[in-house]
Each structure stands twice: as C-alpha cells, then as structure tokens.
Design a protein around this ligand. Structure first.
Ligand SMILES: Cc1ncc(COP(=O)(O)O)c(C=O)c1O
Length: 434
C-alpha cells in the first residue's frame, strides 16, 4: 500500500500511453480461444506481488487478448468511447467505494444521481421531470420495465415488440415468464403501428435505433395505442438516445416523452466508460410497487426513498460521478459537436457506398450507423468482413436484414476521423476485390 502513489502514477501513465498509441494495435484481438487462459497461472499466488507485476502482465499476457473498443477504427456493433473524464472518475469511484444501499449510506451518491439524470433529461429535450436512476445495462433496464409493467397489470401476460427488437427484451420477458408477441416491420425495419395487437398486453417496447439497422419505430403512434389501451410503453433508445442532445435529430424521438419508461446508454454513444445505462420513468410509484422491499435492518427514519426501491439491485455503484464528470467536461456543445461529426462521417460513408458500382445500401440511415453490402452472395460478404477484421486495420460487424447478410459500419468513437472512415472504405474495397 505504501507504493500507492507510485503505482497510481504508473497506472495513469499506462492509460495515457495506451490512448496515445491506440492506433498501433490490431483493432480486433487476433488470439485463438483459450490462448489467454493458457498464458495465465492456473493457481493464485501464495506471496504478495507488487502492482507493477500486474501492469507487466497486462502488457505481456493480456494485451494480445484485448479488442480495442477505444480505437478510432472500431466500427463494430455500436462503437463507443470511454472518454478521459469518465476514466478518471472511475478511479475516484473506486477510491470512495460508495455502496449506495440507502440514501444515508451515501447521500451524495443518490442526490448526485438524481441531479445528473435531471441534467441528462434536459439535454435530451425530455420536457417534464422524470424519475431517473442508473443501471448497469439496458438489458437490466428491460427487466425493470417489464417487471413494473407486469406488476401494474398482473392479469396480462404479453409483451409486444418488433421483430427487430433487441434480444434483451425477449430475455427479460422469458425471465419474467411473459409471452413475446412480435409485430411485423415495414420496409424501413420499423414497427408497423397498424399491425400492433395489444390484446392481453402488459407492455409494448418501441425502439429508437434498433440494433441491426438503427431503425426508428413510430413511437408517437405506438404511444397513442398504448395510452388508449393502458399498456406500459418502454422506449429502448440504448444506442440512439444520445442523439437527442442534438435538436435537429429530435424528430426521431417524437412521442417518447409519453413513454412510461425509457432506456438510454451513456456507455454507448455518450462518451461514458462502461457501464452506465440510464432508466427514466414517468411512473415511479409503479416501479416501487414492483421493487420496494425494505427489511427491518434497512428501515430508516429519514423521509426519503432510496434508489434501491426502484429496481432490483440493493447496492449501487457511484456511476453518477462518471456521468456527471462526462457531462461537465464536454458540456452540451462538446457533446453536440462530436455527435454531429459522427453523423456527418456516417453520411459521408453512405455517399461513398451509394456512388460505388457493385455496392448497395441496405437500410435508411438516421444516425451514425450504415448498413450496406457488396452485390453478391452472403458468403462473399461474410468473407469480406472476415478478411477486413483479420487485417487488424478495422473492426466491423454484420447483421441480417430481409434475410440477407449485411455489413454494419458504426461510428461512435470520439477519436474517429474522416481519415479513419476513409481507411475503412479502402480496406473493404481492397478485401472485396480479392
Ligand atoms: C437497442 C438496444 N437495446 C438494448 C441493448 C442492450 O444493451 P446492454 O448491453 O446495455 O444490455 C442494445 C445493445 O446493443 C441495443 O442496441
């Protein structure tokens, strides 16, 4: 412990150096399954080791098994950024080691979380105050939403969603023993509101920014139906929610202010290190009905409701600190300028694909995700992705739309420049030409 300052300085230096030299690593880890496990001792050490040994093995043993989500040439799934304010806040969070089981266990944790989420609500243009708390992931948020919906409607067992809804909705329904009813999508991969069947439904999940193609469900039309039939509306905006910081993109979210609950992941596209998923709710009393359980040893005299009464975990990390740090150190303008640049780069890439004979766009682009393919078989396209990823120069992922294999280029890293996107296009055309 006496070397804490030195070790801390070395760890910070390690991270600073890593971020400065991130370009030197293959973006997708190139190790074989089991290689990292085989390089690690099978048993724990008997004697204490210095922290420097951990840093050394991070370099020597673990780095080959790191896929570089922080790389500007990471374009897979939904690209993210763990930006510097959140990195430093994570150190402070661990140093303080707050365990937010109750308000009194850390008044600052709870009240900062409340204030920070109200800031975020304002940044997203959501008009009225909402309950907000932070969860680890959007998947947990789906469980929270559907559990509250089930408690609100114990006689209804169906969750309605789209065929393009993220698998976390299906998983949450399975855990809660609810039945999934998928609604067909239109040509733009959005729910067909005219096909919604809310009979016996306790919840309907609409997505703004679906995982495969970032499609936008017609939230306002779904909210009309959900409101008329008393069905809980959850809006899953895990990836795209951040875009609402930019007023010119807010039309995609029309109607989400009428949702019962909303999920947005700052750890996806709001520059906050994993993990930080925000859950907003306009019916906090329904959350408490589903989740509040206060045993004697947690009973307190203060007239304050702890955040643990609104979701499943009791202990709560001080995640608000890293979101607060991120919002402060970027400011509205900083967030907007990076989000706008990502949308601009995606639009540029889309233009290049559209102009290139033999390539086609496969879905409308609303945010910073482009879905495309080379004309030809699924196998040829799969081979292009495989070769591009194993070159180490870029990393991108795929999905299936209308039964066809499509490539996905997702822009979400704060360091990604036009040169990185141009390189991605060059690599893809090179691999396709082989
Ligand atoms: C639309 C959508 N919802 C939910 C999720 C699940 O997110 P998490 O990893 O935070 O559970 C994702 C992940 O990509 C997503 O794209």
């Amino acid at each position: 412990m006496s070397t804490f300052r030195e070790d801390g300085a070395a760890a910070l230096e390690w991270v600073a150096n890593y971020l400065e030299t991130i370009d030197e690593h293959p973006v997708l880890s190139q190790v074989e399954p089991g290689a990292i496990r085989a390089a690690l001792p099978a048993s724990p050490p008997e004697a204490a080791e210095p922290f420097s040994a951990v840093l050394r093995d991070l370099d020597v043993v673990l780095m080959p098994g790191i896929t570089h989500w922080q790389s500007p040439r990471y374009f897979a799934y939904f690209a993210t950024t763990g930006a510097e304010p959140g990195i430093l806040a994570e150190l402070l969070i661990a140093g303080l080691n707050q365990v937010g089981i109750l308000w009194r266990a850390s008044p600052a944790l709870q009240e900062l979380e409340e204030v920070t989420l109200d800031w975020l609500r304002q940044l997203l243009g959501l008009p009225v105050p909402l309950h907000g708390h932070i969860e680890d992931t959007a998947s947990s948020g789906l469980i929270t939403a559907l559990a509250a919906a089930r408690a609100a409607h114990p006689d209804r067992r169906v969750v309605v969603c789209s065929e393009h809804t993220h698998s976390s909705t299906v998983k949450a329904a399975r855990l809660l023993e609810l039945e999934i009813r998928k609604t067909p999508a239109d040509d733009a991969f959005a729910i067909r509101a005219d096909e919604l069947d809310l009979d016996d439904a306790c919840a309907v999940v609409a997505t703004v920014g679906t995982t495969s193609s970032a499609a936008v469900d017609p939230v306002a039309a779904i909210a009309d139906r959900a409101g008329a039939e008393g069905v809980w509306l959850h809006v899953d905006a895990a990836y795209a929610g951040a875009a609402a910081v930019c007023p010119e993109l807010r039309h995609h979210f029309a109607g989400w202010e009428r949702a019962d609950s909303i999920g947005v992941n700052p750890h996806k596209w709001l520059f906050t290190p994993m993990d930080c998923s925000v859950f907003f709710c306009s019916r906090p009393e329904a959350l408490r009905r589903a989740f509040s359980l206060v045993p004697e040893y947690l009973r307190v005299d203060e007239d304050v409701v702890s955040l643990s009464e609104y979701a499943s975990p009791l202990g709560r990390r001080f995640r608000a600190l890293k979101l607060w740090a991120t919002l402060r150190c970027f400011g509205r303008e900083g967030l907007q300028s990076i989000l706008r640049e990502h949308v601009r780069l995606a639009a540029l890439f889309e233009e290049w694909v559209a102009a290139e004979p033999g390539w086609e766009l496969c879905a409308p682009r609303h945010f910073s995700l482009v879905c495309f393919r080379k004309e030809g078989s699924d196998e040829e396209n799969e081979e292009i992705v495989r070769r591009a990823n194993s070159s180490g120069e870029i990393f991108l992922s795929h999905s299936k739309l209308d039964g066809r294999f499509v490539l996905r280029l997702s822009i979400g890293n704060a360091r990604t420049s036009e040169a990185d996107v141009a390189l991605a296009w060059e690599v893809l055309r090179r691999e396709a030409a082989l």
